[in-house]
Design a protein around this ligand. Structure first.
Ligand code: GDP
Length: 447
């Protein structure tokens, strides 16, 4: 349900800055803007310099005011942007004035939610706003911008169109008695299904890339002291400095470092602290590390060729899930004289490198990306979420089932209907209110 109140929020981050923005969305905001500025005229979509006044006609701040009349605004309603000084106190004075003039404080994500409800953006685009704000690499920012501009939605809509087209064809054919279905019609259905299957699988692969960019991946590092873990981290971190954001709830105490490879953020979890102990506090830390390991996507086993795996490493390795992909890294080849290389034998990957001279480090980066399934050659990466991937996996499942049942029109019609509904869940064409609530509540206030 679209709530009609006028809403207001400070749109810039809390703190001291040169400029701070208060954003208002709702109805009849021109007269609102004239009241707060004491002006007789404000042109739409043009920055107007003004003083801002309280109810006693005293100046509370000065800056720019922008008025975007409905429907050509972010939310589709009238929108005001009041750009004052970035002092928390002055921003609150402007906010207070807006409340006096009839606004209420916006809920988290309410501006974006209104934009979605007014069909200015779809659900993918709304989600990409928050993904853009939280992006941790340049590649993630660019990909979020692609999703925001509609690249991902367009792909979904294109597959959806084919699906609708096929559904109409199947439903129309259903109306004829079975014996009347001609060979040519059957061939047409099969052919259309094949094309659809190829397209959606291609889209699924791209979506997986987008989810990786968004979520990053966890890597566990195993290796006894002095094998060169810190040196390797530094060598890997060379590519792009990871901006470490302080997100509540992450197990920051056990994550040693973030690195970025081709835009994908990896949290490296050091297992150095994992050992048998009776110390209660240490045990808690170890529990956390083990939990992180259970969520990891990959493990790097670091070896000093001259020593190999020690019993302590074996203890840690025993705690790592068997199915977790591993890369064995033979470090210090500058001493052993082995050349930098990747060796694949008996399903094991071994990379020979020197963390000190950086020889072979790029080979390791490539192997890490390969192992988590990131295709560096993929140019058109848009940001995506686990939610999108789950729905798309369901859609692919239903399309695969339709394919195996293509001769049974009733099953086919049913399966295609499910696939269609899975895809519309992604763009949010018919999304339930509770899911919307969950998505938008994760936004910050003012977005
Ligand atoms: P960690 O204890 O596993 O984190 O190991 P460090 O990264 O602190 O490295 C231990 C020692 O090995 C340091 O003196 C490093 O300079 C040295 N080292 C690390 N990698 C290499 C390498 O590739 N070649 C050589 N020659 N020394 C290395």
């Amino acid at each position: 349900m679209l709530n009609q109140d006028n809403i207001v929020a400070i749109a810039t981050a809390h703190g001291f800055s040169g400029v701070g923005v208060v954003r208002v969305s709702g109805k009849s905001l021109l007269s609102f803007a004239l009241t707060i500025t004491h002006k007789s005229k404000i042109n739409p979509r043009v920055a107007t310099y003004s003083e801002f006044f309280d109810s006693n006609h005293e100046v509370i701040d000065s800056g720019l005011i922008l008025y975007f009349p409905s429907p050509k605004s972010f939310t589709g309603e009238d929108v005001l942007e009041i750009q004052g000084h970035g002092s928390p106190v002055s921003l609150h004075m402007v906010l207070k004035r807006c409340l006096e003039l009839g606004c209420r404080i916006a809920e988290p994500g309410e501006f974006s939610r209104r934009a979605y409800l007014n069909n200015k953006i779809d659900l993918i685009q709304a989600e990409s706003i928050i993904d853009l704000i939280h992006a941790e690499s340049e590649m993630a920012v660019k990909s979020a911008l692609k999703s925001l501009s509609g690249t991902f939605s367009n792909y979904i809509n294109k597959v959806n169109e084919q699906l609708i087209n096929l559904r109409m064809f199947v439903e129309a054919t259903l109306d004829f008695p079975e014996e009347d279905i001609e060979f040519i019609v059957e061939a047409k259905i099969k052919n259309k299904l094949e094309i659809l299957q190829t397209e959606i699988k291609h889209l699924l692969a791209n979506t997986k890339q987008g989810v990786l960019l968004n979520n990053g991946a966890n890597i566990v590092i195993v290796g006894r002291p002095n094998v060169g873990k810190s040196s390797l981290l530094n060598a890997l971190a060379n590519e792009e400095i990871a901006i470490v954001t302080d997100i509540a709830g992450t197990t920051r105490d056990i994550i040693k470092e973030k690195i970025v490879i081709n835009g994908v953020v990896f949290n490296l979890i050091d297992t150095a602290g994992i050992r048998n102990t009776d110390d209660v506090v240490e045990k808690i830390g170890i529990e956390r590390a083990l939990h992180a390991i259970s969520n990891a996507e990959m493990c790097l086993v670091l070896l000093d060729d001259s020593i190999g795996i020690t019993p302590e490493d074996d203890d840690v390795l025993a705690k790592i899930p068997q199915e977790l992909p591993l890369i064995y890294i033979h470090n210090k080849i500058d001493i052993t004289g082995v050349r930098a290389k990747v060796e694949k034998k008996d399903k094991q990957t071994r990379v020979y490198l020197s963390a000190k001279t950086h020889m072979g480090v790029q080979l390791l980066r490539n192997e890490i990306l390969k192992l988590i399934g990131f295709d560096s050659a993929c140019k058109d990466v848009f940001i995506a979420r686990t939610r999108h991937l789950e729905s798309m996996n369901k859609a692919v499942h239903h399309i695969d089932t339709s394919f195996t049942n293509w001769h049974n029109l009733e099953i086919l019609a049913e399966e295609l209907r499910y696939a269609h509904s899975n895809l519309t869940d992604i763009t949010g064409e018919f999304t339930a209110d509770d899911l919307l609530g969950e998505i938008f509540s994760k936004f910050c206030i003012g977005k």
